[in-house]
Write a protein that binds this ligand. Structure first.
Ligand SMILES: C[S@@+](CC[C@H](N)C(=O)[O-])C[C@H]1O[C@@H](n2cnc3c(N)ncnc32)[C@H](O)[C@@H]1O
Length: 246
């Protein structure tokens, strides 16, 4: 199954379009069907334990959507993780005040940033982190997001994450026949036409084997890399900088 990246309908729709809003709500059901929250939790627990320090942990989610997926993860991590300063980056303004308040209840502060991740990737570290120019992100999360990119853009994005962070956790669609069959069945969970179409495109653009590892820029022993299939439909890539204190 060759990898084919196409523009997904949702990405080109205005955020106040009722069909787009409905499709974003569908995504929550898709995550339940995919078991995304459990997969992310398992992957995080499989990484080196995070540090508890005076400073909160600096976490960035790219292509974060409405921020609701990571909220479920944050709720499940309560009591086992330190305070988190979370930045949610998306090209659309989708994070509402209720979501921010729910994070705050858990002791997580949220900065919702609207912007193109490729601009983020091409900015230097100083411009990106004016509050603390020399500190890398402790963790970057990408969920159902890296599959939007290919070629030079994907390589640039991974290169930027490698430079600017100590950990990456990516959970993407798996490009195989089972996931493809599942993507054709999203109507069963009540998904609308946009979601049904994008689900299929996502699988064709997904990953398998060691494809992301092959694109990861550092192979000189500074990073611990793990790439594997997860659940019925997902593909995970985890990278940890060795020797980082976070
Ligand atoms: C499939 S959704 C996933 C949302 C969320 N991560 C989740 O799993 O629920 C992909 C998200 O990526 C965002 N996106 C697509 N291209 C982007 C870009 N170049 N820069 C920033 N965000 C982008 C879209 O607006 C959308 O919210």
């Amino acid at each position: 199954m060759p990898r084919v990246v196409s523009v997904e309908a949702l990405d080109g729709m205005p955020q106040d379009d009722p069909d787009a809003a409905r499709s974003r709500r569908d995504l929550r059901r898709v995550h339940r069907a995919m078991g995304t929250r459990s997969i992310i939790l398992r992957s995080l627990r499989g990484m080196r334990p995070v540090r508890f320090g005076v400073e909160p942990l600096r976490v960035l989610e790219i292509g974060a959507g409405d921020g609701s997926l990571l909220l479920g993860v944050a709720q499940a991590l309560t009591g086992t993780w330190p305070r988190v300063a979370l930045t949610l980056l998306d090209q659309q303004d989708l994070v509402d005040s209720t979501t921010v308040a729910s994070y705050a209840d858990l002791g997580w502060t949220v900065l919702a940033k609207v912007g193109n991740v490729l601009d983020w990737a091409s900015h230097d570290v100083k411009r990106l982190q004016p509050d603390n120019a020399h500190r890398r992100w402790d963790l970057v999360v990408a969920n159902l997001f890296l599959h939007h990119f290919e070629g030079e853009q994907l390589a640039m994005l991974l290169g930027a994450i490698e430079r600017k962070s100590n950990r990456l956790l990516a959970c993407e669609p798996r490009r195989d026949w089972l996931a493809l069959a599942g993507s054709h069945l999203t109507g069963v969970i009540g998904a609308n036409a946009i979601t049904r179409q994008d689900a299929v495109l996502s699988v064709h653009a997904g990953f398998r084997g060691q494809e992301l590892s092959a694109l990861w820029p550092e192979h000189d022993g500074k990073w611990k890399i793990k790439e594997h299939s997860a659940g019925l439909f997902s593909h995970c890539f985890c990278a940890e900088r060795l020797g980082a204190t976070a």
